[in-house]
Write a protein that binds this ligand. Structure first.
Ligand SMILES: Nc1ncnc2c1ncn2[C@@H]1O[C@H](COP(=O)(O)OP(=O)(O)O)[C@@H](O)[C@H]1O
Ligand SMILES: [Mg+2]
Length: 774
């Protein structure tokens, strides 16, 4: 022990009353409160400090041992001076103590009731001279403690201040340890380390360890808060997304709901068992596929289609024929034979209670009412009407559908139609069946055959649907301009109904009773302007030299629009439609007298032709120039017609006496109107006539038109389309028609109304024509 001069308050007693500490030792150099619970210890302490303010603090080894024994106390502790004592209401006391020095128990003077120990003190030795190592350690501790103070929010400013002001190395070590969170044993170990340098080292190590711990803790906390922030952010975004999707109506049902929804619908639909099974298989697939996958919507589209189709077998309902007739007459003028046929078919349907087996085919030039008749039939039958064009269709898939493995696959037109009309027994109109073409995409005609065949269409298999569907309740109506290009098997399957075109008198009625009221009504023009029959006839002459009434309807639509404009702009609205008004409204006449088939030169003759646009008067003209006996034809003639021209040429030569004429001249035969392709043999007699007229240099009689194939012998062979040809002749003011005697029966069948004003000349041999015309 050294004997330096020490302050009075440091003259410490040799014996100390021991106060046991439960949890941790208290390092020297601090002023701190100390609580002592009520009981004998508190009483003893009160008595002791009345005599001397010094006590010794020793840590208990095991805080759980109730009975106080010296064996359970560490032997190194801290001596403290009691600065103040306070009595607590519960009987305990609170002391304010100033801890002074470390001590070591040499020996217990008493152990009971409380130990009093003979002790040896250890004062901090600090000469002010510190070696480099100590200085380094101190600085390291101060730096680290400072950093830690910044990291630890529990460090008060005062503690930070103390840290800088502690100047003895031993105290610094103690102070540093004091602010660390150590175990009881670690604290005690520091307390028992008397060597200053060693203590500095230990406390630095503990400080660094604590720093690492703190850093780690902060990192973990950071990560956790990051994670939480992320989770929260995600949550908010999701909520927002949900809201947005909801607003946009995109909040689709989750797939379980989808599957459930489809299952229910499938069960309650009238599907066949086979279809049900197939559909349920698809629902199962749906459950395995992610809703975001494209496959998912493919399956859904398919299921939607199946569910949209009319699976129930339609009930048969008889048709009120009287009403049907009324509807047909309401929509169309004339066409008596056509209407008659339709009513007959409907009557059969009523009697047999079957819808099957009638496929109608309306054949005729454009604008004669094929399409609109189809619509009327549908409304007469009280059925839905669906129409699509086969014109230019070249891909079989348009009828039979694509296999579903293709991207963007679609069902065929018939399944689409049924989905749209939602009944299994609509009237489906297939327009332009004569313009169906085939290509490497397959043959739509044969696919169509499958649809139209009553034997096959009960279980029609669309590639997309992939379940047989019954098409046999559908009423099919097809339309065509000509039968020639319809494949024979298809043609055989259909009930052909011809619409030949209208003569001017019929057009007058159609215009007056149907077209004008309809277009005026569509344009909102009321009351309808008047029009006289005479004016109307003139208008038809000048603006509608067609078999049908399509251009006529267009012309009147134009007129109706002009009326509407006049009305709306407050101009004077004419009360009557006249030719002059039409010239003003529509423009000059499309057709003039020139089209009236006048014979103006030798070498001209009028034939009668039949094209897909209807009947037509076909002028033929021949001219001879000096030459070497060549014969040449122009005017877009087809193969058959060219051949028939050669036959006619040979025959005409054979009829003439002056053989030299044919050898000295080149003959040019032309059939004007190059825009209309012409073919067929029925111009034979006309060509002979033109050539003979040329040879004889004599005009043929006016007002005649003829048709007939001619043989090399001069015999006249039958032709087709007599009705159409007659109608065309009437349009061109022809008065006499020459036709083959073999067609006499056809002629007899034609309505009197059509034949009125026409003289018929059936002939067997060309000689008869020669006699008539020259
Ligand atoms: N006999 C008729 N009576 C009344 N309107 C007719 C008649 N024939 C044709 N039409 C009308 O002529 C227009 C053209 O007929 P549309 O059916 O399109 O002819 P298509 O299909 O034969 O080419 C339609 O507005 C139609 O109502
Ligand atoms: Mg049509």
């Amino acid at each position: 022990m050294d004997h330096k001069i020490v302050p009075v308050d440091q003259l410490l007693p040799d014996e100390l009353f021991i106060v046991p500490l439960k949890f941790r030792p208290i390092f020297p150099g601090l002023v701190t409160p100390l609580m002592i619970p009520p009981g004998p210890l508190a009483e003893s302490v009160e008595n002791v400090i009345k005599k001397s303010p010094y006590i010794g603090l020793l840590l208990q080894k095991d805080e759980n041992v109730k009975e106080l024994s010296v064996e359970n106390l560490y032997s190194v502790g801290t001596a403290a001076r009691v600065l103040k004592k306070m009595k607590l209401p519960d009987g305990g006391i609170q002391l304010l103590i100033n801890t002074l020095f470390r001590f070591k128990v040499k020996n217990y003077r008493y152990t009971k009731p409380f130990p009093v120990a003979e002790v040896e003190y250890f004062r901090e030795e600090d000469s002010g001279k510190r070696d480099k190592e100590t200085q380094g350690l101190m600085r390291a501790i101060i730096n680290n403690a400072r950093k830690m103070a910044n990291m630890n929010p529990l460090m008060t400013e005062e503690m930070k201040l103390t840290l800088v002001n502690v100047d003895s190395p031993g105290r610094l070590a103690d102070f540093a340890c004091n602010i660390l969170d150590l175990s009881k044993e670690e604290y005690q170990e520091i307390l028992e380390t008397f060597d200053t340098k060693q203590r500095l080292e230990k406390s630095l190590r503990l400080l660094i360890r604590e720093m690492e711990m703190l850093k780690l803790q902060q990192q973990i906390e950071g990560k956790i808060t990051d994670k939480m922030a992320e989770q929260q952010r995600e949550y908010f975004l999701r909520e927002q997304l949900k809201q947005i999707r909801h607003e946009l109506g995109l909040d689709k049902k989750p797939k379980e709901k989808d599957a459930e929804f489809y299952r229910e619908k499938i069960q309650s639909s009238g599907m066949s068992e086979e279809a049900k099974e197939k559909a349920l298989q698809e629902v199962e697939k749906l459950e395995y596929v992610e809703p975001s996958a494209s496959e998912y919507s493919v399956i859904r589209n398919y299921l939607d289609l199946i569910l949209d189709l009319p699976w129930d077998t339609p009930k048969f309902e008889p048709i009120d024929l009287k009403k049907a007739e009324r509807i047909l007459n309401r929509d169309h003028y004339g066409l008596e034979d056509v209407k008659q046929t339709i009513l007959e078919i409907l009557a059969v349907r009523n009697l047999t209670q079957k819808n099957k087996g009638n496929i109608l085919c309306f054949v005729g030039p454009p604008g004669v009412g094929k399409t609109s008749l189809g619509k009327s039939i549908a409304s007469a039958m009280k059925k839905k009407f669906y129409r699509f064009s086969l014109g230019g269709m070249r891909d079989e898939a348009e009828i039979k559908g694509h296999r579903r493995t293709y991207i963007g696959a679609m069902p065929g037109k018939f399944i689409q139609a049924l989905r749209t009309v939602k009944t299994a027994d609509p009237v489906i109109m297939l327009d332009e069946i004569d313009k169906l073409s085939s290509s490497y995409h397959g043959d739509p005609a044969s696919a169509l055959l499958e649809v139209l065949d009553p034997q096959q269409n009960e279980s029609f298999l669309d590639h997309y649907l992939d379940i047989p569907f019954d098409l046999s309740h559908i009423t099919f109506i097809t339309t065509a301009n000509t039968l020639d290009t319809i494949p024979a098997p298809l043609r055989d399957r259909m009930e052909i109904i011809r619409l030949s075109g209208y003569i001017p008198e019929e057009k007058v009625q159609i215009a007056k009773k149907y077209i004008i009221p309809r277009v005026m009504k569509d344009a909102g023009v009321q009351p309808f302007p008047k029009i006289s029959n005479k004016e109307l006839k003139g208008i038809i002459e000048s603006y509608s030299r067609e078999a049908g009434v399509r251009s006529l309807e267009k012309v009147f639509r134009k007129v109706a629009r002009k009326f509407a404009l006049a009305k709306e702009t407050g101009k004077e609205v004419p009360s009557e439609i006249t030719m002059d008004l039409l010239k003003e409204y529509v423009g000059p006449a499309y057709f003039t007298d020139r089209y009236n088939a006048k014979i103006e030169y030798p070498g001209c003759a009028n034939g009668l032709a039949w094209t897909s646009l209807g009947g037509a008067v076909l002028p033929v003209e021949a001219k001879a120039v000096k030459g070497k006996g060549k014969f040449k034809v122009t005017g877009q003639l087809g193969k058959v017609m060219e051949e028939s021209a050669l036959i006619a040429y040979t025959y005409a030569r054979s009829l003439s006496d002056d053989k030299q004429f044919w050898e000295d001249h080149d003959i040019h035969l032309h059939v004007p109107d190059g825009a209309t392709p012409k073919d067929g043999p029925s111009a034979g007699v006309t060509i002979v006539t033109a050539l003979l007229s040329l040879y004889r240099n004599k005009k043929v009689k006016q007002g005649f038109a003829m048709t007939g194939e001619v043989r090399l012998t001069g015999e006249v062979l039958p032709i087709g389309g007599l009705k159409e040809k007659l109608i065309a002749a009437k349009r061109s003011h022809i008065k006499h028609i020459i036709f083959p005697a073999d067609n006499k029966a056809d002629w007899e069948e034609l309505p009197e109304k059509l034949k009125k004003g026409i003289q018929a000349h059936p002939v067997r041999h060309y000689h008869e024509i020669e006699k008539l015309l020259f």
